[in-house]
Design a protein around this ligand. Structure first.
Ligand SMILES: Cc1ncc(COP(=O)(O)O)c(C=O)c1O
Length: 399
């Protein structure tokens, strides 16, 4: 390996939400943060170099996205995902979540229905309800024996009608790490098209697909489905750049695109962060080798976690992800309700994961662990978990 993902990097003291806010969020500095979706790894050196070069220029006025920014993104999407994107289709957002908010505001009004598929990344349903729109849920089906999730296409079809305005798809899906297959995407896409429901595809995790799986951008399914789609993308998960506030919103349909741009401009949000621009460009131009190695390291971390848990803590079942560095753990056999489970993880295990229930009621009894950390950190977390579970019968249910 050319890049050393084993290096343990001290992140405390660098304004890190994950590391510096542990005490404030969880009440105890000893807690190991394994929750928020950013990585403990250094980015690829070409990104640091590009940012350093830009910083040494010393002038930081308003920035613009140059042709080379767009061409880096277009080339990346074609190479990694066989998606031919035209420059005109590309618009901007400071992040995927701001984009979701802007999209909801642009294409719907209070009282309109928006559909999504829990268990899912909580802000997806929060952006809907907090905007005064009506949340329609199409829960994923969990096959406990196979430990796999599926889309419930029948339920989806029964809930789609002309009162639904948007479908927010999460592809690959957070928290379960599923890479949706073409057939399912086509079925739900066709259903949406027939009912004038615009598909918003959150593809922020699209580059972090594990070996053996292939991400299918929703907009590559057909021209007519692309024309009814809005795709949100960012290098922030792939290249660990979440602090640089740079995302892209790809809208092939001119009419839809113009509406989005109007909303974006109305909030004066179209300007990009100077460092976000150079980081995106360097990442997509020079980051491929680093990313390929990162994916192998994440796969090894996943294997390590699976073996450790299967061998030592068989009460916890690992739902194996096909993508992302987030792993969904079925902890229901521990016999704790969701609040007891949360207290147990924080007070006894002393690791902070994302509680399953925040992803929707379907997530009760589950935990989402972030394994984008050095093996040492992962080992420490799993040892803490093992010891606490072994003691659970002795210490009893936490309050
Ligand atoms: C599916 C999904 N969408 C959006 C986001 C957040 O994106 P941003 O930081 O660009 O707003 C995350 C972060 O974890 C995510 O997992």
């Amino acid at each position: 390996m050319k890049y050393d993902f084993n290096e343990t990097i001290l992140r405390k003291g660098y304004n890190s939400r994950k590391w510096d806010d542990v005490k404030e969020l969880f009440g105890d500095d000893e807690i190991l943060p394994m929750w928020i979706a950013d990585m403990d790894f250094k980015v690829c050196p070409q990104i640091v170099e590009a940012i350093t070069n830009r910083a040494s220029h010393g002038v930081f006025g308003y920035a613009t996205r140059s042709d080379s920014y767009y061409s880096a993104l277009i080339t990346w999407l074609e190479k990694r995902h066989s998606w031919k994107v035209k420059k005109d289709w590309i618009t901007f957002s400071p992040g995927v979540l701001p984009a979701l908010k802007l999209i909801i505001e642009t294409y719907t009004k209070p009282g309109d229905k928006i559909i999504c598929q829990p268990p899912v990344y909580p802000p997806i349903f929060e952006t809907i309800t907090e905007s005064g729109r009506v949340l329609v849920e199409n829960p994923l089906i969990y096959d406990e024996h196979k430990r796999e999730y599926y889309m419930d296409i029948e339920d989806f079809s029964s809930k789609i009608d002309s009162s639904v305005k948007l479908f927010i798809l999460c592809n690959p899906h957070n928290p379960i790490g599923k890479v949706w297959d073409k057939e399912d995407l086509i079925k739900i896409g066709e259903k949406c098209l027939a009912n004038n429901v615009v598909v918003v595809s959150d593809e922020i995790h699209c580059d972090l697909v594990l070996p053996g799986f292939k991400h299918i951008p929703f907009a590559t399914l057909s021209d007519k489905l692309a024309n009814n789609s809005i795709t949100c993308l960012s290098p922030s998960k792939t290249f660990n750049l979440a602090g640089l506030q740079t995302a892209n919103v790809i809208i092939p349909n001119k009419e839809l695109r113009e509406k989005y741009i109007n909303t974006l401009n109305s909030y004066y949000l179209a300007k990009t962060n100077t460092f976000g621009i150079v980081a995106l460009e360097a990442a997509y131009k020079y980051g491929e080798e680093w990313l390929n190695e990162l994916i192998l390291y994440l796969k090894d971390n996943l294997e390590y976690l699976k073996n450790f848990i299967n061998h030592n803590i068989p009460q916890i079942k690992v739902v194996e992800p096909e993508s992302t560095y987030l792993v969904w753990l079925d902890c229901r056999e521990l016999g704790l309700d969701e609040k007891q489970l949360e207290t147990f993880m924080l007070k006894k295990v002393k690791i902070a994961m994302d509680e399953g229930y925040i992803f929707g009621v379907e997530g009760k009894g589950f935990e989402r662990i972030n394994i984008a950390c050095s093996r040492r950190t992962l080992e420490m977390a799993l040892n803490r978990l093992n010891n606490a579970v072994k003691n659970l019968t002795k210490t009893g249910v936490p309050n």
